[in-house]
Design a protein around this ligand. Structure first.
Ligand code: GLC
Length: 510
């Protein structure tokens, strides 16, 4: 048995500037949440079912609600070597909801007790130091707990240096001598470029070892490249993205390094946590529903629209296109900026938007909301319950991403019988198949070219089938039947963990 899998995770944030209030006057919380957090929290729950033991290590970010999740301080103070000195963090402990998986939090006033997570959009000036600290602290946590991991699984550039530490400073440490490193790329667009004079010193490698090393790309330290070179296996969150980062510009300069790793680079499609996302048991919904009782989905729409538009009734019903998204360039918001008004004035659709992120995009949507108060319903901010309600209430969900490593909202939409309209890139291409009216197959509508014209065409195709039978029911039943549970992806990670150990010549208990 693979046994202990040490998991190293990060909660993501939805951008720095969260708006505390939405346009309906409801307080929205500045709660950190994103796809990375969803995935890192669902995998260990599935592993636990197969008796693998995981611990999760996270920074104790200020926004984490310790009392809500019963996260308590321990007496353990870990001591982390940085450059020629040591720095300290107190360990806090909690349990992943609906599981017995322990989650350890590193309390550090210097590094994590501040507003925001990454310091978006430009990043905190000391991110290099914060994340070297995090990546190294992991080993010291294991030592303090006397936890001997078979695998250290790290996510995105912030934890990339852990892959290097495993093969250098901790190589001969008895706790890690039989441990392999697996690195998962959730987003190639962020690589942790930093100043070698700082990072090489903090990490204990020495600036003199920098030139031409595995740490270097374009004359600076690149934490993404570092992880790509030092890890035993590399995964990314969908098969199409695994292709794109090797062979297209989505590789963001890392193509050659990835290709040098050959078969060590593996795409594993994310799954969704169906204890959180399932319309039959979702307590956030106004009305729960199943594929057999799709009429009840409509009650969610009615209630949400009535709240927003007092004059709304079924006589002025229109298809509702929802969106739940970070508002960044990655998400293709620029295409909506160009086409939303045209779609609204056509009088054929309504939009229901829940998003937060870059100010110019928030401003744009708020402006649309003001100009078309009965057709563009806009909420800026982040709210978990509302994100469930928006997905349940919408007829379609639009995800026009410029690039998308995996994307989870389209999978939530499918499960909720909400038809995705997506740009066929990365994980979106792997999860949504264009509807074929002849065969009655497919689960949504897709477009390939990154243009507002293609988006408008896809939306027109999609709304053509709105309530048009038998297509409308076929589409929704197909969507809800698609299997995307996280268990399948969790099992694939276990295989990759075995391969990583094999590669290091570590015998695997069966
Ligand atoms: C990042 C990616 C997104 C992916 C998520 C979880 O947020 O942008 O595409 O779904 O990580 O892997």
């Amino acid at each position: 048995d693979v046994g202990l899998a040490g998991e190293l995770g990060q909660a993501t944030g939805v951008g720095g500037g969260l708006v505390a209030r939405d346009d309906r006057g409801v307080a929205l919380q500045p709660q950190p949440q994103g796809g990375l957090a969803d995935v890192v929290s669902s995998l260990p729950k599935d592993w636990e079912k197969d008796d693998h033991k995981t611990i999760i290590i996270l920074p104790k970010y200020r926004d984490i609600d310790t009392s809500k999740f019963n996260i308590i301080p321990t007496d353990i103070i870990i001591s982390v070597p940085i450059s020629t000195w040591r720095e300290y963090a107190r360990l806090w402990i909690g349990t992943l909801p609906n599981s017995t998986v322990p989650v350890y939090f590193l309390e550090s006033r210097d590094y994590f007790d501040r507003k925001g997570i990454y310091g978006n959009p430009e990043g905190f000036a000391d991110n290099d130091r914060r994340f070297v600290f995090l990546s190294r602290a992991v080993f010291e946590v294991c030592k303090a707990l006397n936890f001997r991991p078979d695998i250290i699984h790290s996510h995105d550039y912030h934890t990339g240096f852990a892959m290097a530490f495993l093969k250098t400073h901790y190589r001969y440490d008895p706790l890690f001598a039989r441990c392999a490193g697996v690195y998962t790329i959730h987003n190639m667009a962020y690589q942790g470029q930093s100043d070698p004079r700082r990072v090489m010193e903090y990490a204990g490698f020495g600036t003199q070892n920098f030139r031409g090393s595995w740490f270097e790309h374009d004359s600076v330290v690149n934490m993404m490249k570092t992880a790509l070179m030092f890890s035993d296996k590399i995964t990314t969150v969908s098969p199409t993205y695994a292709y794109e980062i090797r062979w297209t510009n989505n590789g963001e300069g890392m193509q050659d390094y990835l290709n040098s790793r050959g078969g060590d680079v593996i795409g594993i499609l994310n799954g969704i946590d169906e204890t959180e996302w399932n319309p039959e048991i979702d307590t956030h919904l106004i009305k729960q529903y199943s594929p057999e009782m799709l009429e009840e989905k409509a009650e969610n729409k009615l209630k949400l629209l009535r709240e927003a538009i007092p004059t709304y009734d079924l006589k002025n019903d229109l298809p509702v296109i929802g969106m739940v998204s970070r508002l960044t360039d990655q998400k293709g918001i620029a295409l909506l900026e160009k086409s939303m008004e045209q779609l609204l004035t056509s009088g054929r659709v309504r939009f229901l938007i829940l998003g937060s992120g870059e100010k110019r995009y928030e401003d744009f949507f708020r402006y649309m909301g003001k100009k078309y108060p009965t057709r563009a319903l806009v909420m800026t901010g982040y709210n978990n319950a509302l994100s469930h309600q928006v997905i349940a209430a919408s007829d379609y969900l639009i995800v026009p991403s410029l690039f998308e490593p995996c994307g989870l909202t389209q999978m939530y939409a499918l499960k909720y019988g909400t038809i995705p309209i997506v740009r066929a890139t990365g994980g979106l291409a792997d999860t949504v198949q264009e509807y074929d009216p002849q065969q009655g197959t497919g689960t949504g509508f897709t477009f390939t070219q990154y243009s507002s014209k293609s988006l408008v065409n896809a939306v027109s195709r999609a709304v053509y089938y709105y309530k048009a039978q038998p297509h409308w029911d076929t589409l929704r039943v197909n969507a809800m039947a698609q299997q995307n549970e996280s268990k399948r992806s969790a099992d694939m990670y276990i295989n990759v963990f075995r391969w990583a150990l094999e590669k290091r010549g570590i015998s695997i208990p069966t």
